[in-house]
Design a protein around this ligand. Structure first.
Ligand SMILES: [Zn+2]
Length: 66
């Protein structure tokens, strides 16, 4: 429920421009709706926010959030 809430909140704030969070590393292959996701806890680089469209082009959705 918490993830859904975050997703809805993000959706409302950005309307048409949904942003997701990614680890700014060459090896990172996932994107996350939740910046506090456990999948990002291993990130040794910076966590950045990018548009969902851009993220989907190079990454797949986080397995923890499916
Ligand atoms: Zn995640």
């Amino acid at each position: 429920m918490k993830l859904l809430y975050v997703w809805l909140l993000t959706c409302c704030v950005y309307c048409n421009q949904i942003n997701v969070y990614v680890c700014d590393s060459k090896n990172a292959k996932r994107y996350h709706y939740n910046p506090n996701c456990r999948g990002l806890s291993n990130c040794k680089h910076e966590i950045i926010s990018i548009p969902l469209e851009k993220a989907m082009a190079t990454r797949t959705h986080c397995k923890w959030e499916e």
